[in-house]
Design a protein around this ligand. Structure first.
Ligand SMILES: NC(=O)c1ccc[n+]([C@@H]2O[C@H](COP(=O)([O-])OP(=O)(O)OC[C@H]3O[C@@H](n4cnc5c(N)ncnc54)[C@H](OP(=O)(O)O)[C@@H]3O)[C@@H](O)[C@H]2O)c1
Length: 413
């Protein structure tokens, strides 16, 4: 059980608590505080403006009707551009929940400060280049820190693996209520900068020098799936590559055969697909040069057809929104040789949850931290950069997520 001490007084520090996502992580930590070691959690907010952090704390105290938050939760001032302030912040906590993005500008110094100062780091980075770069720079460290992201995708894939599966495809669908829905432009900005720098991803992957993972069973052709009753396009975030990292860890470290994994996101009917295609072309064109990126960043609502806004979704919109992540797995029944014939076993599982970006993601992030604090004996012995599928394989994280509204179910065999 992880204990706080006088020199390390907090179980959890929420860095970037004043951001759009950060405020919801603050509320989720406040709701889950009783799940900390020995039934309580000592936690603090961190960021570069004490005033903005106090505002977030006041808002959380009011929304949750917990006035005690104003006096019980402390504030640490830290700025990514000031390494000393990051070090002082990381020395005070066991786990840092990092909500400061875009991660390509601010993510790596926080991981480094956590590693150097013995704190675990959990973030919600969806930018493949950042994940690649952090892994390249810190994969050989031998210290107690764990760096984790992509909790939502990783663990479901591990959950699906029954030993006979050879391929998994996942489809994310988002359902909005009558109020509609959108995402905050923090994610839009991360996507713009990530796209502008997509060439570096290939170079990074070369730098790893990994041997390709073996393909087990019949090769899965990339396809657009009918099962979710929507058109779907490949999911561009970091999650598929993080899942593949988990597969590599389990293959190289534990001789578990890897599955072929592809991730898609549902975009709706044919009209949405056309809109998406046009928007994608415009995004591709403008994202290539500085002035175009400036336009995209200044007018997110216009260029994303209302998917991303500067204000982010309202609470009412968030209440009406939910998501399903459906995983279709196929493989070979017990005793059948995957090198022979077509797969003859199928499984479909689903995770269903509330609004994905600012309700489910904070839940996943906070439950990952609570798992790290409560179950250190089930985490990898060596510190380092781990994907969640690897780090949490032996923990009760999925049960915890289930209890917090991220419901995992097996739909059919
Ligand atoms: N994976 C997922 O599902 C998921 C979901 C939601 C968000 N995200 C990611 O989370 C990140 C944040 O998104 P958001 O919408 O919350 O963005 P945001 O509202 O712009 O928040 C950014 C935060 O970073 C802080 N910050 C910026 N520069 C800093 C610095 N130099 N030092 C310390 N703090 C600094 C800001 O502090 P100030 O308040 O002082 O400006 C603010 O708290 C994005 O990368 C987004 O893609 C991922």
């Amino acid at each position: 059980m992880a204990t706080v001490t006088s020199t390390r007084p907090y179980h959890i520090i929420i860095f970037g608590a004043s951001g759009f996502t950060g405020q919801f992580v603050v509320e989720e930590v406040a709701r889950s505080a009783f799940e900390g070691p020995s039934g309580s959690l000592k936690w603090a907010l961190a960021g570069r403006s004490r005033q903005r952090l106090e505002g977030v704390l006041n808002q959380a105290a009011e929304t949750l009707r917990k006035p005690e938050l104003r006096t019980e939760v402390e504030i640490i001032v830290a700025d990514v551009s000031q390494a000393d302030s990051l070090a002082i912040m990381c020395q005070q906590g066991l786990v840092v929940l990092n909500c400061v993005g875009p991660y390509r500008f601010y993510g790596e110094p926080v991981v480094k400060a956590c590693i150097e100062n013995g704190a675990h780091c959990v973030d919600i980075c969806g930018e493949p280049q950042v994940v690649g770069s952090v892994v390249t720079q810190h994969r050989h460290i031998k210290c107690p820190s764990l760096w984790l992201n992509s909790v939502m995708y990783n663990n479901p894939v591990s959950y699906l693996l029954t030993g006979t599966l050879t391929a998994v495809e996942s489809f994310l669908t988002i359902h909005t209520g009558p109020e509609g829905g959108c995402a905050h432009d923090g994610t839009w900005q991360s996507a713009i900068y990530g796209f502008a720098d997509s060439g570096s991803l290939r170079k990074l992957r070369k730098k790893f020098g990994h041997q390709p993972l073996p393909v087990v069973g019949a090769t899965v052709k990339k396809r657009y799936c009918k099962e979710i009753d929507q058109y779907a396009i490949p999911f561009m975030g970091s999650d598929p590559s993080v899942v593949r990292r988990s597969q590599r860890f389990l293959y190289e470290g534990h001789q578990e055969l890897p599955v072929q994994y592809s991730a898609y996101v549902g975009v709706g009917g044919v009209w949405s697909l056309i809109k998406m295609f046009c928007g994608g072309l415009l995004f591709w064109f403008l994202g290539k040069f500085g002035l175009g990126r400036k336009l995209l960043i200044t007018f997110p609502e216009f260029f994303s057809f209302g998917v991303f806004t500067k204000a982010g979704p309202s609470r009412k919109q968030m209440e009406g929104t939910s998501f399903s992540l459906t995983f279709f797995g196929e493989g070979y029944a017990e005793g059948l040789d995957p090198s022979q014939g077509r797969p003859n076993a199928r499984i479909c599982t689903q995770i269903h949850g509330a609004e994905p970006g600012y309700v489910a993601t904070p839940v996943a992030m906070v439950q990952a931290a609570i798992t790290v604090l409560n179950e250190p004996q089930f985490l990898p012995i060596k510190g380092g950069v781990y994907s969640p599928g690897a780090a949490f394989a032996r923990t009760t994280l999925i049960d915890r997520l289930n209890r917090h509204g991220l419901v995992f179910s097996v739909k059919r065999f």
